[in-house]
Design a protein. Structure first.
Length: 131
């Protein structure tokens, strides 16, 4: 290619790719049961908290990813900027299994509600698998 020739964008392929992405998102929102979480710390920590257990009156028991019936999860990372990541539950379960020993977390809110979970790196979700 010479410096005077210009590369022409392949608008048909770009358009088809964009339409496929639009269709995927529309189908996800229309037909899927989606678990939606707002992780206010994820942009700072670089990971999302995936709950695996919570403390009931009778003791610790499975919760979150371990009992979900959702087909996909959506993480709202920033409400102002509308930054959201979605992932199929089956992939998220795989990532939780991978990081369960490396990133266990314990959280307690102001009311004393305690949960255990796994910190899954955003990069692992975005790239589709861990670093």
């Amino acid at each position: 290619m010479t410096s005077t020739s210009k590369r022409k964008a392949n608008w048909d392929l770009d358009r088809l790719d964009g339409e496929a992405a639009e269709h995927m998102l529309a189908q996800l929102l229309k037909e899927s049961n989606i678990e939606v979480k707002h992780d206010k710390q994820a942009m700072k920590t670089g990971r999302v908290f995936i709950e695996t257990e919570c403390e009931y009156k009778t003791g610790w028991g499975p919760s979150g990813i371990n009992v979900t019936e959702a087909e996909a999860w959506a993480f709202v990372l920033d409400l102002e900027k509308n930054i959201t990541i979605t992932i199929k539950t089956e992939w998220l379960v795989s990532l939780v299994a991978l990081y369960k020993d490396r990133r266990p977390l314990y959280m307690e809110n102001e009311e004393g509600y305690a949960t255990k979970g796994i910190g899954v790196p955003l990069n692992a979700i975005i790239r589709g698998w861990p670093d």
